[in-house]
Design a protein around this ligand. Structure first.
Ligand SMILES: Cc1cc2nc3c(=O)[nH]c(=O)nc-3n(C[C@H](O)[C@H](O)[C@H](O)COP(=O)(O)O)c2cc1C
Length: 184
């Protein structure tokens, strides 16, 4: 959970405890209202010009949307994502030059921020999120009739981890704090 420099003692506990599992509890069901809360967190994310250039395909394990999303997972994500309680495909309303479509050139930035909000909201509810790109984006777009000016960007698997599951810190190294400052 912590990098080689030691525990980030003053980091907010939700941030310090967040990690992205590849093992989910296949028996865990979300509570009524959980999906709406997660979407509410995304809804209140900031965005360029308040453009809110995001949309989400949301499938609960066991429902039809979930089954349709699972069809497009890559071999790697198919090993762990289907057992999460929720699968979400994250869509950005993208910038299309030369058209009069409503757009934001910051849509990918804004979508990422909305998913980050959702991720921390999930953490506050005792849920874990693994965001991922290992799926067929064109396949999901075709499956759900996503038009050209929207981009299926990433997916997120959301759920509980089985008791005793811990992060593999050897795969979670971080760049040094000093390395984050651009001195020019
Ligand atoms: C845009 C994005 C794409 C990712 N794609 C994948 C993926 O395809 N497969 C995977 O196992 N993890 C994927 N991840 C998870 C990252 O590997 C993970 O967040 C990173 O290793 C840091 O670990 P942590 O989230 O536990 O801190 C992705 C994360 C993001 C934000």
């Amino acid at each position: 959970m912590h990098d080689a420099d030691g525990a980030p003692h003053r980091l907010h506990p939700l941030l310090a405890a967040r990690w992205s599992p590849t093992v989910f509890d296949a028996g865990h069901e979300l509570e009524p209202g959980d999906v709406e809360l997660l979407l509410e967190a995304a809804r209140w994310a900031p965005s360029a010009g308040n453009s809110q250039p995001w949309a989400f395909v949301v499938g609960r394990r066991g429902d039809e949307t979930h089954a349709r999303l699972v069809r497009h997972l890559a071999r790697s994500s198919a090993r762990w994502a289907p057992s999460a309680s929720l699968l979400v495909a994250n869509l950005a309303h993208r910038h299309v030059e030369g058209t009069d479509w409503d757009y934001s050139e910051f849509s990918a930035y804004d979508l990422g921020q909305a998913v980050a909000h959702m991720t921390l909201q999930a953490a506050s509810m005792g849920l874990f999120v693994r965001q991922f790109r290992a799926f067929d984006r064109a396949g999901v777009a075709a499956e759900f009739g996503v038009p050209e000016h929207w981009e299926v960007t990433t997916m997120a698997a959301i759920g509980r981890t089985p008791p005793g599951t811990t992060p593999d810190d050897t795969t979670r190294g971080r760049r040094a704090l000093d390395d984050l400052r651009w001195d020019g």
